[in-house]
Write a protein that binds this ligand. Structure first.
Ligand code: NAD
Ligand code: MG
Length: 385
């Protein structure tokens, strides 16, 4: 029996995780749930999974949840402190880190510092503080198991291999909903169009990141830290069918890949059960029924966010903090109708050019730079509108 804490329980990854828990009650129990503001769903989850601790975005929501859960044996906390308390709860064997954005950083670190293994969906954690997080992982002797489908594919494709035999990692990208749009069409796309991903059903932030291809950029940075691989040896190929989830090329020319239908339950289950596999009742991949599996190089002119991510990675760790913070603010502004789709990359580019660089020795420095970039990005957006 494995005891879980699920951070971001009401989101796309959180809900998929809890569906797996519900399907394997003899293997998993839930001790803690952390979420933002979807109290109705969280209340249902509390009644269904009976955690001892939950956390929500703020005190007002915590009070509301306490009242509506009167009679249930559950402690309700709030804010980042509450999410961290869920992450380091005694008795938890594995923390599923699936809060969206840099808000996931401190709770993920709290789990690692408490010596608890982490199943990581929150890629922004490694984008903003990859070096610090990987050092904490090593110091505490914990495991960081990837949930992101590309990183799960690579993790599965390097099992039993020697690191020095890897030539390069090849991340596949669907190309998102605007893969075939002309540059001039991209300025006019709406949030609704950008949210409609062809292959995956995901939360709003990562859906926009997929449409700009910033998601792939964040994943390149994530792979750099997870697999200790220099950026020059991490390639991206557009593969619109999302069947080959990523590949590893070895020094002898062999390429190992992991394939499957696009369903996040597969990589989530692998992270939960590793090194075992769960017998999931999902539709099976039948390659004979696939008309075509195609691959091509990404178009960095039309999708400059991917190039910006490589640029930030080549610069230094603080540039990756800038990239991520400005992207989060810009995506929110696009979703609320304040800026155009193409302004997202323009804003990040401008802020990266202004950034002077510098080392980041502590998580406090990361968070201070993150907050400063968000303020500056909001000021820039106020000029744009
Ligand atoms: P989502 O928007 O559906 O869910 C986000 C969750 O985080 C919700 O439960 C929300 O309430 C919670 N949350 C937001 N801010 C919070 C805060 N300040 N404190 C506590 N909880 C907070 O997002 P998602 O699609 O599930 O993605 C979650 C993470 O997983 C992201 O980092 C994303 O990049 C990554 N990821 C998602 C997918 C996918 O298929 N959805 C795939 C790979 C990686
Ligand atoms: Mg992914």
């Amino acid at each position: 029996m494995k005891t879980l804490a699920v951070l971001g329980a009401t989101g796309s990854i959180g809900v998929n995780t809890l569906e797996i828990v519900a399907a394997f009650p003899e293997r998993y129990r839930v001790a803690a749930l952390a979420a933002g503001s979807n109290l109705a769903l969280l209340r249902q989850q509390v009644r269904r999974f009976r955690p001892q601790l939950v956390s929500v975005a703020n005190q007002a929501m915590a009070q509301e949840l306490r009242q509506s859960l009167a009679g249930e044996k559950v402690e309700v906390l709030a804010g980042v402190e509450g999410a961290c308390a869920c992450a380091r709860l005694a008795g938890v064997d594995l923390v599923v880190s699936a809060i969206v954005g840099a808000a996931g950083l401190l709770p993920t670190l709290a789990a690692i510092d408490a010596g608890i293994d982490v199943a990581l969906a929150n890629k922004e954690t490694l984008v903003t503080a990859g070096a610090l997080v990987m050092r904490a992982v090593a110091d505490n002797g914990v495991r960081l198991l990837p949930i992101d489908s590309e990183h799960s594919a690579i993790f599965q494709s390097i099992a039993g291999q020697r690191p020095q035999d890897i030539h390069r990692l090849i991340l596949t990208a669907s190309g998102g909903p605007f893969r075939n749009h002309a540059p001039e069409q991209l300025t006019a796309v709406t949030p609704q169009q950008a949210l409609a991903h062809p292959n995956w059903a995901m939360g709003p932030k990562i859906s926009i990141d997929s449409a700009t291809m910033m998601n792939k950029g964040l994943e390149v940075i994530e792979a750099r830290w997870l697999f200790a691989m220099p950026a020059e040896r991490i390639a991206v190929q557009v593969h619109p069918q999302s069947i080959v989830h990523s590949m590893v090329e070895y020094v002898d020319g062999s390429v190992l890949a992991q394939l499957g239908l696009p369903d996040m339950k597969t990589p989530i289950a692998y992270a939960l059960a590793w090194p075992e596999r769960l017998p999931l009742a999902l539709p099976r991949l039948d390659l004979c029924r696939m008309a075509d599996l195609s691959f091509c190089a990404p178009d960095l002119q039309r999708f400059p966010c991917l190039a910006l991510a490589y640029q930030a990675l080549a610069a230094d760790e603080s540039a990756c903090v800038v990239l991520n913070a400005v992207n989060e603010v810009a995506v929110e502004a696009f979703l609320s109708g304040a800026i155009r789709f193409t302004d997202i990359a323009r804003l990040i580019d401008r802020m990266l050019q202004r950034h002077g660089g510098g080392g980041l020795a502590t998580v406090e420095e990361v968070l201070a730079l993150d907050a400063q970039c968000r303020r500056q990005a909001r000021e820039q957006i106020a000029f744009l509108v």
